[in-house]
Design a protein around this ligand. Structure first.
Ligand code: G16
Length: 558
């Protein structure tokens, strides 16, 4: 729905007066403002202002997504997307924090003045299925319209669809090789998935159905629409069974990617038959920007997390690029690499070193905004994946040049290199170039497994994870904790790292702690040579945080 601007200084003033900022300092965290839903209305009004200022500043449409993604139902949140469809850059975050924390309404209104221009700001808005999302989203819309913005309201959509809409609405930011007039998100994904699979001759896909756990969230309806779009192109496509519809169980609770990856347990299937086939499953999170895969046989779960997805992608990209170069040796080298965070399992990093060489790996700070930036900066084809399943592949200018040269070199030839060229060329359309996207990643992984003739268990076996454990510690004020740049070391309180170092040496393991940017907790990660030692190290790390950082309640034991 398109909504015209309704400029009204009186309305703007009224919204600000009805929703005054409180005393708590509000921070734009790992993925936007994210708090208990009850304190969000004043933030939403201010986000309506910030998004308008950002659109004026960039003279281009921007996006606002109302969601708290993986958090439980009591939370909500809001993220702003820049005109390129990516997470808003740090200068925008500084502005957002300044505006959200300005309690004096007159001063706030004065800060708006320098941004005003003749350009009519445009804001794409979307929201998830949480019960408070419509009212919170409406506050953003009312405020932005009162300040002169036009709104493109996408209703209930996944976060990556919102980012995708912003990118595709701003053609000058669109990468090459994406059809200029895509018939929409679902057909773009379905068509490019189909085109990728068409490069591989098979006598039909007879594997078990793919089961998608939608975390009782927004991904449910959209995964089904995507499946329909695929079946329209190929009626023989194996079924994709989407389970965990909104309302059948609590959002993200005992289901969804956050639960599966953190608790290392399969989801509860709230609305599925007991005989659901579970050899090949995937879990999305509450706004469908993350995905992990898993299988359950004889009650045992095997998890393929974001690390394993990154390894599969790097292996595939490397093999295809090598096949291309074998038939077109004059092609320039491409920097293919991967960005991981401190949560990456040590075994995955070791595996990636074998595939890409050590120069192909960068470790960045937790948060899509950091890993995305690092992938674009360091590589021509940059894979990034957080272990929690948030990731994508970015294709830079040198990649597109390479594809154009390969096209000229291989035109009219039928060889393995031309197959590789077809495969690589279709990827920028299949893989969301704005942000990590569970639905796009679902199709990408599935296509690669089919092309490489790999079963989910063969994929699982490419390396064995080091036993690891993740947990949370409640503390009085998590802001007292300072870490180094990539969050692998705690700088303050100093004693925390000193004690962690001793604990790690005792079990020959690795552990770190960091304040979450999306929940009011301190996160703990530990890995060690055995499950017992990993749990022991996680318990010790949690105890250190609890004791030295004013823990609340009881320290967790793993
Ligand atoms: C967000 C970010 C992710 C991050 C996650 C957890 O995910 O987009 O990059 O890994 O939060 O962050 P933290 O450990 O700081 O709480 P989502 O899916 O919740 O938007």
């Amino acid at each position: 729905t398109k909504l015209a601007p309704e400029p009204s200084p009186e309305k703007l003033l009224q919204l600000l007066q009805e929703h005054p900022s409180g005393d708590t300092f509000l921070n734009y965290g790992t993925a936007g403002f994210r708090y208990d839903a009850s304190i969000l209305p004043p933030i939403m009004v201010r986000v309506g202002i910030v998004a308008t200022l950002r659109s004026w500043q960039k003279q281009a449409p921007v996006g606002v997504m109302v969601t708290a993604s993986h958090n439980d139902e009591s939370y909500n949140g809001v993220k702003i997307a820049d005109p390129d469809g990516g997470m808003m850059a740090s200068d925008g975050e500084t502005l957002a924090v300044e505006m959200a924390n300005e309690r004096d309404i007159q001063r706030l209104l004065q800060k708006i003045e320098p941004f005003k221009s003749d350009f009519v700001p445009i804001i794409h808005v979307g929201r998830d299925t949480r019960k408070h999302s419509p009212a919170l989203c409406d506050l953003v819309v009312q405020t932005a319209r009162a300040l002169g913005s036009a709104i493109i309201d996408h209703g209930i959509i996944t976060t990556p669809m919102l980012h995708h809409a912003v990118l595709h609405g701003n053609r000058e930011y669109l990468p090459l090789l994406i059809p200029p007039r895509p018939a929409g998100y679902f057909s773009l994904l379905a068509q490019s998935y189909h085109a990728l699979l068409a490069t591989h001759s098979s006598d039909g896909d007879r594997r078990a159905p793919l089961v998608v756990d939608a975390a009782c969230g927004v991904g449910y309806a959209h995964a089904q629409t995507l499946h329909q779009a695929i079946q329209e192109l190929d009626p023989t496509h194996r079924p994709i069974l989407v389970v965990n519809a909104p309302g059948t169980g609590p959002l993200n609770e005992k289901c969804g990617s956050e639960h599966v990856q953190k608790a290392l347990q399969p989801p509860t299937f709230y609305d599925a038959p007991a005989d659901l086939p579970t050899q090949y499953c995937a879990s999305l999170d509450g706004d469908a920007d993350r995905i992990v895969f898993f299988s359950v046989t004889d009650g045992q779960m095997r998890l393929q997390d974001g690390d394993k997805i990154a390894c599969l992608l790097c292996r595939f990209l490397q093999a295809e690029y090598q096949a291309l170069r074998a038939d077109a040796p004059s092609l320039p080298p491409i920097r293919l690499g991967v960005v991981q965070t401190a949560y990456a399992n040590g075994a995955s990093t070791h595996y990636l070193e074998q595939v890409l060489g050590p120069e192909g790996i960068v470790i960045a700070k937790t948060g899509v905004k950091y890993v995305h930036h690092a992938a674009a900066e360091h590589f021509d084809v940059g894979v990034y994946f957080e272990a929690n399943g948030h990731g994508t592949v970015l294709f830079g200018p040198a990649f597109y040049q390479c594809m154009a040269q390969a096209d000229a070199a291989l035109r009219g030839k039928r060889c393995r290199g031309s197959v590789a060229l077809q495969r690589l060329s279709v990827l920028p359309a299949l893989v969301n170039q704005a942000v990590g996207d569970a639905l796009s990643d679902l199709l990408l992984v599935d296509a690669i497994l089919q092309i490489q003739g790999m079963s989910p268990s063969e994929w699982d076996a490419i390396y064995t994870d080091l036993p690891s454990r993740q947990g949370k510690v409640l503390v009085k004020d998590r802001n007292m904790i300072q870490t180094n740049e990539n969050e692998t070391k705690c700088l303050s309180p100093v004693q925390v790292q000193e004690e962690l170092d001793i604990a790690m040496a005792e079990v020959k393991g690795r552990a770190f702690i960091r304040p979450s940017g999306t929940e009011d907790v301190v996160r703990v990660y530990a890995e060690a040579p055995t499950r017992t030692l990993a749990d022991q190290l996680a318990t010790k790390a949690a105890e250190i945080v609890f004791r030295l950082c004013n823990g609340i309640g009881e320290a967790p034991v793993f």
